[in-house]
Design a protein around this ligand. Sequence first.
Ligand code: NOJ
Length: 764
Amino acid sequence: MRFRSLGRLVFAALMACATPSIAQAPQASGATPPISREAAGARADALIARMTLEEKAGQISQQFVFGNAAPFETKVRDGSVGSLLFLRDPVVINRLQRVAVEESRLGIPLLFGFDVVHGLRTIFPVPLAMAATWDPELVEQSQAVAAREARASGIHWTFAPMLDLTRDPRWGRIVEGPGEDPWLASVLAAAQVRGFQGEAVGTPGRVIAGPKHFIGYGASEGGRDYDSAYVSDVQLHNLYVPPFAAAIEAGAGNVMSAYMELNDLPAVANRPLLDDLLRGELGFEGFVVSDANAVRSLLPQGLVATAADAAIRSLEAGNDMEMSLGNGAYGQLAAAVREGRLDEQTLDQSVRRVLIAKIQMGLFEQPYVDAGQTEAILSDPEHRRLARTAAGRSLVLLENRGSLLPLDRTAYGRVAVIGPMADSAIDTLGPWSFGEKLDETVTLYQGVRAELGGLATVETAPGVQPRRGTRSMFAAFRAPPAAWSADETVQQFDRALDLARTSDLIVLAIGEDFYMSGEQASRASLALAGEQQRLIDAVTDLGKPVVLVLINGRPLDIRRAITQVPAILEAWHPGTEGGAAVADVLFGDVNPGGRLPITWPKDVGQIPIYYSHNATKDPTGAASRYWDLDSAPLYPFGYGLSYTTFAYSELTVDRATIAPGQSIVVSVVVTNTGDRAGDDTAQLYIRQRTGSSTRPVRELKGFQRVALAVGESRKLTFTLGEKELRYWSAGARDWIVDPAAFDVWVGSDSTAQLATQFETIRPQ
Ligand code: NOJ
């Protein structure tokens, strides 16, 4: 219970601080209460009636600002831009805003967007790691902190949460998303929207949430970034849509369309997706923004021949705003209306959606941010405390043979923390970190040293320098360290080995650096990059106790390491407090309770691999589908060890059959059977045995992370009703609850064995 209640306390304290500071600072943006969509719409219409065609096109044009913002003042003044992204200096933001409000013809304020993906100054674990917490309350609190820091910096809107499910760890962007499962992803999607945005667009101290990328980006062929995705109706509805549906239900004010083409139609110009599905089926009322330069990308993608056509096709498909790096295609929309190629009402409709967002955010009343408050909010120690709690709860213990962990603080006089990720602040944070202060980041080496205080000598050495083959997109923001020379490479390896040789315990920090995952960071292999395996070989040959800490953004091929190292902890990119949180777990202050949000393949050749596959004609041979490797994963979805053990019993349903409109309650008792307090995540899976279509062998339909004292038992209940049982059926070509027999399992991961059954029946 300790960590959960700690999180609650921190959050309550935070929110208590947030309110008075906003009340005392009327200049702080967001002080007005949310305005209804209808009222905002009427105000937007009045403005639209006064706008020129150029001003309308400008209102739905968004541009990146890198470096010097002064040249943008002209565009702001003449109304040819309505939104800017990538600024986070409140003084610069206020300066540009003043030009918009006081010097542009209509005084319409700018909307400032930013990729606040897992924190701004306080960096939380990467989203895949946050998914491993299986803790929606914590996820909400963390994104509320991110929103608080963003809003205090003058940012109004985040391009997050990233909700692209994927079953392909080669895809670099797996690190930014919720993993493979639609149920887990949906719960966390709603939590993130609530965290970023609060109750509604315009909640004080919060920002507009922009779930992305609509839709199917995680299905890019071969895991290659931006490649085409071919997704069936069944996969679209049952897999990719649910997290977006949950985010929209939670009130997300914006959605970002995707780069790639879905079934031969690029997402930004895909009317069936943006109009029929997003607005029609899902009822989304906010505004849609393109991904960066995605409108102009319709040219190389081969959909259109001119930028004007790209703009018209995107707008008509329902993509309201264009994000561009400069020279945006939407600038040509005014001429398109004049030439009779675009209906002005289509333009007005998108302008209206954007203006409504600005009105609801209260920007017309409070366009500026109180720059005097920013630093105090960004450096709020409560944010750091929550980041440490979050990182601790995201760690997944993969191996612990012989119970090497938790480590005894007094048992080792000399400790070596070795590896390329051991003392690297940026790799501790992971991709999509921009506003942090690197010297505030706690690396693993620093965390272990602090944990051991004066009890041991702690030293560090990187040993090897894995580097990606091609230049990273993020290298433009942050130059990677210079490559070691051949001599240095030898010296560094020897130094690390000497250190290991003279130590009593080695903590090896291996994985992927900041540049190896994220956008444009796909891989053809999951092997440990560079000479990392050679380092593991050499260190483990010494015969000393070794703990392996993985710092990475995707499952890696660690089959050899497993045979060499008894204890392996998946730490992901754990954020600002990452090293401290890992040390908390290594030394037993925190009992690890994270669970994998993805199936971990043994080999890249098994991809795609996921737990909720369908059965075949030969279900018993499911683990032996290849003749050169078994087809079972290395670790199943939902997996994670603890320093204690748990047992499940008394699984029951409160009725054997359910008719339409009814639901059943599933109960189970979980007991901590070990000798330490700890968390387990009870996971409920169902299988529909027959139906109008075949169904997966298992599907997650509920989970609860619970903290249990030694010997404590807790009865948990889950409700299964239409929401859990319906699916989009290829046979019925519609959403349906089939009359069928169902199996239910509850346990610690997707291989849970404790089972019961029930049936759904047709109405009489
Ligand atoms: C491209 C990425 O695909 C998207 O996720 C991001 O929000 C934008 N660039 C803006 O940085």
